[in-house]
Design a protein around this ligand. Structure first.
Ligand code: ATP
Length: 292
């Protein structure tokens, strides 16, 4: 197990509780149009509790749009989102943490003027009644809350093997380390659902393997929706995969089912597809789809 995939600390200082995931995300009949462009047409997926659900497809397939609908950044033109059995009618990004949902986006998105530790503390505000956030908003603070928040942030950084960077500023750190900090910031809120948009971009093979271990480990306590171009990672960590092409769902199932689906191979390879080629041959590559 690599440094990104440390087992939970039995000292009780970990940022998470021991619990089995129970929450389900259902996205049904999602359509999105940007002006005249139909980015998504009637796409449905369900992230089952404790499941790692992959969302894949060639460039422009609609993955990021679907992801953005799940985190409230894009409003669906049609469709329903049901989370923990309740319909989310007007989901806004600011509500996510309170709903038990955390996300990392394609860009790292850390605050350059805050230290690594402070950046991670920002992610813990779901649990903070006072302290750091109160300080930001100039309301009375509680030293005890601030201390708890700090402890949780340090533990989250520890889980990502990044506690040694706590006092540094993000801009001074290599990109893969910044990505780990961004992930720690998402985890510190103890989400029940983690939304990951291309977490492996910019990582080395070893770092990607460690990320896969970590995602597998995390699924013991949360559900994960993973948008990712790296097929080897997707096929290794996902329990279920939804495949989009041109805004439509073209396949769904286990990694094996999806790999064996000719529609998926055709979507990735287009007209150049040869009858003997299948998506399993794309594993170990980035599928040739990544724009970088
Ligand atoms: N804000 C926007 N305004 C207009 N069109 C958009 C917008 N966002 C996405 N689109 C279009 O919607 C379609 C789906 O884009 P999306 O980024 O969701 O695909 P994707 O599968 O994430 O692609 P990639 O893998 O290249 O990131 C594309 O045709 C894209 O050009």
């Amino acid at each position: 197990m690599g440094p990104l995939a440390q087992p939970p600390d039995s000292s009780g200082s970990t940022p998470h509780q021991d619990r089995s995931p129970t929450a389900r995300l259902e996205m049904t009949g999602i359509s999105v149009a940007f002006g005249g462009v139909k980015a998504l047409t009637d796409v449905s997926l369900t992230v089952e509790p404790g499941q790692v659900h992959g969302l894949i497809g060639p460039n422009g397939a609609g993955k990021t749009t679907m992801f953005n609908v799940a985190c409230g950044l894009v409003r669906a033109t049609e469709g329903r989102i049901v989370w923990r059995g309740q319909e989310l009618r007007r989901l806004r990004p600011a509500q996510l943490a309170g709903l038990g949902i955390a996300r990392t986006l394609q860009g790292v998105g850390l605050f350059p003027g805050l230290t690594v530790l402070e950046n991670v503390m920002v992610g813990a505000h779901r649990h903070a009644r006072a302290g750091f956030f109160s300080a930001l908003f100039a309301v009375p603070t509680s030293d005890a809350d601030e201390a708890r928040l700090r402890e949780r942030a340090v533990a989250a950084l520890g889980e990502l093997d990044a506690e040694g960077y706590a006092a540094r500023y993000p801009g001074s750190l290599p990109y893969p380390v910044q990505k780990r900090v961004a992930l720690a910031r998402a985890l510190v809120s103890e989400p029940e659902l983690l939304l990951l948009d291309e977490p492996a971009s910019g990582l080395s093979e070893d770092e990607m393997r460690e990320l896969g271990d970590l995602i597998g480990h995390l699924s013991g306590r949360m559900s994960v929706l993973l948008v990712e171009h790296h097929m080897d990672l997707v096929m290794r960590v996902c329990d279920h995969i939804t495949v989009l092409d041109s805004g439509k769902q073209i396949a769904a199932g286990t990694p094996q089912q999806v790999q064996n689906d000719p529609a998926v191979t055709e979507a990735y390879l287009g007209d150049a597809v040869d009858d003997t080629t299948d998506v399993s041959e794309l594993a170990g590559t980035d599928g040739g789809t990544h724009r970088g």
